[in-house]
Design a protein around this ligand. Structure first.
Ligand code: UD1
Ligand code: CA
Length: 452
């Protein structure tokens, strides 16, 4: 099977410099969703029809398995499919999809293609309470499809038909080539209608089969930010529904956004307003507090992430306690039972089992051993304005509050750093190292008094 994706429409109603099919649903361009469906169907060839301003689309989404056909000017859907014909093979089936109908589902398309078979024309249709704007499916007394009439060409009686054309269809390439070579533009819009091929197929006694989608949302097109937002919510609701089916507890399924892939173990609980981006894995028993943003991260079993934490490209082990207000940046690897508390930032660092940084710290480019305690206000000074250096903190170290570790520097196993230390040389294992000035009190000191 070969797939044609129509994506030449300008999308003026978006009022955006970004071409319509690059507008995102769940963090990815609409066209990317449609391409994913085409690839899941194992299409032998995928041809995207793009238009004026569409070079950006081509630059951004080009891939070795894609062919691109430029449609300029845009003279209608039939004319659009015509531009793809040089890329299609006689003997194959062509499935027509739309770059601005992003939620189309693979099971629905599989049913459509199977129902049509090798010779018939398959149409995806839906019944709408309000069919305004759509092409209507006209059937004879026996219920066979005879024609599609566009709203603007339809009589009042035809407009009462509620079964509409979604635009998605499948037909043998050779037939499509023949039909499209013969369509005209003598209609209310002066366009070459793809839908005119239906009447031609009927005239040639080619059977037309219709299939309905699993969900109406799959067939909805996006022409405005309003519709983009509506589809985003529908898509998120579907994702939330799947998570619930898998046994994930969502405190409010209407308040979660998954922009990528979220893989959950058993008994995972997610509180409201969390955003998941890229690939996120939550092992058994993980709980995520409200208002967390988590991207490309793996979280071990039983770990608790408290509200307002921001975790990016991080791996953490089991039974950690994270946040509230924790931030882990790319390259963070936490062992098991690690505690990262409020206003603690970890970047490109490894923190081994049972270590804790509970309050207000920055740990960057560091290797932290096991059972280390990092006091409040501790900072690794990893950057001299030009280069970055590593800090090594060995097992069982205790770092007093408000300590600066000026990298490169090493704190030996079991060492203690006194509060307020600015460490510029390695601290020996097992000893107390303090760099602050000694405290003294002035005996007999008097407070100054105001002179008159
Ligand atoms: C088309 C169908 C109509 C159907 C409706 C579903 C035709 C003649 N009519 O309506 O029966 O109910 O879709 O939404 O096919 N496009 C191009 N090049 C063009 C024209 C359109 O690439 O020259 C693309 C658009 O970007 C869009 C899609 O084709 O993705 C449909 O175009 P649109 O104008 O929205 O559909 P209609 O022609 O109104
Ligand atoms: Ca149109």
């Amino acid at each position: 099977m070969e797939v044609v994706i129509l994506a030449a429409g300008q999308g003026k109603r978006m009022r955006s410099v970004l071409p319509k099919v690059l507008q995102p649903i769940a963090g990815k361009p609409m066209l990317t969703h449609v391409l994913a469906a085409a690839r899941a169907l194992e299409a032998k060839r995928i041809c995207v029809v793009y238009g004026h301003g569409g070079e950006v689309v081509r630059e951004q989404l080009d891939a070795p398995d894609l062919a691109w056909a430029r449609q300029e000017p845009q003279l209608g859907t039939g004319h659009a499919v015509q531009q793809a014909l040089p890329h299609l093979t006689d003997g194959a089936l062509a499935l027509v999809l739309y770059g601005d109908v992003p939620l189309i589902g693979v099971p629905t398309l599989t049913r459509l293609v199977a129902a049509a078979g090798e010779r018939r024309l398959g149409l995806l249709t839906v019944e709408l309470d309000n069919p305004a704007g759509y092409g209507r499916i006209l059937r004879d007394e026996a219920g066979r499809v005879v024609r599609i009439v566009e709203e603007k060409d339809a009589s009042a009686a035809e407009r009462t038909v509620r079964e509409v054309n979604t635009g998605i269809l499948v037909a043998p390439v050779a037939r499509l080539r023949d039909w499209l070579g013969r369509i005209g533009n003598d209609n209310a819009q002066g366009e070459y209608y793809l839908t005119d091929i239906i009447g031609m197929a009927v005239a040639e006694d080619i059977d037309i089969v219709t299939v309905q989608p699993d969900a109406v949302a799959e067939t909805l097109g996006v022409n405005s930010k309003q519709q983009l937002a509506e589809l985003e919510r529908m898509h998120q609701a579907a994702i939330a529904g799947r998570l619930l089916d898998e046994g994930v507890t969502l405190i409010d399924p209407a308040r979660i956004d998954v922009r990528g892939e979220l893989v959950c173990g058993r008994d995972v609980e997610i509180d409201v307003n969390c955003v998941f981006e890229g690939r996120v894995e939550l092992a058994d028993g993980v709980t995520i507090g409200a208002n967390c943003v988590i991207r490309d991260t793996r979280i071990g079993a039983g770990t608790r992430v408290a509200p307002f934490s921001h975790l990016d490209s991080t791996t953490m082990g089991a039974d950690c306690v994270i946040g509230p207000y924790a931030r882990t940046r790319p390259g963070t690897v936490l062992g098991a039972d690690v505690h990262i508390g409020n206003f603690v930032e970890i970047k490109n660092s490894v923190v081994a089992d049972h270590s804790k940084a509970n309050h207000l710290a920055y740990v960057g480019d560091a290797d932290v051993g096991s059972r280390v305690n990092i006091g409040a206000g501790t900072i690794t000074c990893n950057y001299d304005g030009a280069n970055k250096y590593r800090t090594v903190i060995e097992d069982d170290v205790f770092i007093g509050s408000d300590t600066q570790l000026v990298a490169p520097v090493r704190v030996g196993r079991g060492a203690t750093l006194g509060a307020g230390t600015t460490l510029t040389k390695d601290a020996p294992a097992g000893q107390l190292t303090v760099s602050r000035a000694r405290q003294f009190s002035v005996v007999g000191w008097k407070k100054p008094v105001k002179s008159r």
